[in-house]
Design a protein around this ligand. Structure first.
Ligand code: NZQ
Ligand code: ZN
Length: 392
């Protein structure tokens, strides 16, 4: 196990009827609140009115900025930064999913940057940036998926240049996240599925490490993977069953709050490759991961086949008894693909209507601002191209 430091300050307020607490939670951070949200789902399902009522009861001044789209855009981030400066905002409340939260995080630190620094050029485009300050941020989460409600990450897309890039910093971890699983009842099946694929991916990225002797993390990751596999299928069948929604929602947070990968280095190549696909084709992140992960596994598994055999036996209950490690891993990848298909997700680029036209471009773009992607094996542009071709 490697040495580590772990810090995660997000207060999680979880359960039925918790949205009414948001005003009290926000009150300590100043009077002027930016309420940031997406394309309108929160107005249809009643979340918006509950949030506004609670903020007003706490006597907070509310300024609104809606319109965040999935794969959130740099252009709206810039608009949000200008608005926060003009309105002298003290606190940002993100109400929605990962896209809204990530946009809010960008606005939060972008607002307090020195005049000579740019949120995109000096941060998203620089892998090793350090975020020193941010406006405080709170979250009302409406979809279990990205884990952004208590993660260090924010992922934003510069749509004009088809670049989707991340910043990671403890400075931008939300102060609190209100998570009511009942808000998930209105999720379209496809979004539930994409969310589940993302949660599973966050666990797999952490599982596939070269680090040995990190047993507790392995076992916690395996349990969490089995949980998301079982409960996502049940949530799709019974969308209004609180038990399944609650399991998925809590697993989604734990999958990405960095607790499950202490003492090891996770991989993250599949995420970086997926960001190229959604940066080019604007597909949902979870759908892109369902396409990339099996191809990545096929490409690298022999580098540490024993770790993949362990995954096959403990997560997918592969019961092949003959001594053929390749067959065991192959069976596990088949199960993973079958799971994605059962969720209704694409598992090949062609399933998403994507051909090989931009494969080389995506492979080269993945190298912009860095030398390689991934840690399990450090992948160069040629490797990424081969993985994308395996995914055709
Ligand atoms: O925009 P609205 O109208 O709210 O609709 C959203 C959106 O269309 C809808 N939705 C959300 N909650 C709903 C709902 N519809 C009905 N009922 C509800 N309760 O779902 C759609 C997808 O929302 P989005 O926020 O895009 O989903 P998700 O949470 O999967 O976020 C995806 C983004 O997060 C990034 C991804 O790359 C992607 O850009 N990620 C962020 C990470 C982080 N910050 O740590 C890590 C992840 O690996 C990921 O990269
Ligand atoms: Zn993800």
């Amino acid at each position: 196990m490697l040495n580590f430091s772990y810090y995660n300050p997000t207060r999680i307020v979880f359960g039925k009827g918790t949205i009414g607490q948001v005003g009290e939670l926000a009150k300590g951070y100043g009077k002027r609140v930016l309420l940031h949200y997406g394309g309108g789902s929160i107005k249809k399902n009643g979340v918006y009115s509950q949030v506004v009522e609670s903020l007003k009861a706490a006597k907070l001044d509310v300024v609104e900025l809606g319109g965040v789209v999935p794969n959130p855009r740099l252009s709206l981030v810039r608009e949000g930064i200008a608005l926060c400066k003009k309105e002298k905002i003290d606190f940002i409340l993100a109400v929605g999913g990962g896209s809204v939260i990530d946009s809010a995080k960008a606005i939060g630190f972008g607002t307090v940057l020195p005049d000579n620094e740019d949120v995109w050029d000096d941060y998203y485009m620089k892998g090793d940036c350090v975020v020193r300050k941010s406006l405080p941020l709170g979250v009302v989460l409406t979809i279990p998926a990205a884990g952004s409600e208590s993660s260090t990450g924010t992922v934003v897309t510069d749509w004009e240049n088809n670049l989707k890039r991340a910043v990671n910093s403890e400075t931008i971890i939300p102060k609190f996240a209100v998570m009511d699983p009942e808000t998930n009842y209105t999720l379209p099946a496809y979004q539930t599925a994409c969310g589940a694929a993302d949660i599973l991916a966050h666990l797999q990225e952490r599982y596939f490490t070269m680090e040995k002797h990190n047993d507790l993390s392995d076992k916690m990751l395996e349990s969490a993977m089995r949980n998301v596999i079982a409960y996502s299928l049940m949530a799709l069948k019974h969308p209004n069953d609180y038990r399944y929604r609650a399991e998925l929602m809590w697993t989604g947070t734990l999958a990405h709050n960095n607790q499950l990968d202490r003492g090891r280095v996770g991989d993250w190549a599949s995420h970086d490759i997926e960001h190229e696909i959604s940066g080019q084709y604007d597909i949902a992140h979870g759908a892109g991961l369902a396409i990339v992960f099996p191809a990545w596994m096929k490409y690298v598994y022999r580098d540490n086949i024993d770790r993949f055999v362990q995954y096959a036996l403990r997560v997918w209950d592969i019961s092949l008894t003959f001594d053929d490690k390749d067959a065991i891993v192959e069976a596990a990848i088949d199960r993973l693909e079958a799971f994605y298909r059962a969720l209704g997700l694409p598992v090949r680029l062609s399933d998403a209507g994507i051909g090989n036209e931009r494969v080389r471009k995506m492979a080269e773009s993945a190298m912009i601002g860095r030398d390689s992607v991934g840690n399990f094996r450090k992948l160069k542009a040629d490797d990424v191209e081969k993985i994308l071709k395996l995914a055709l």
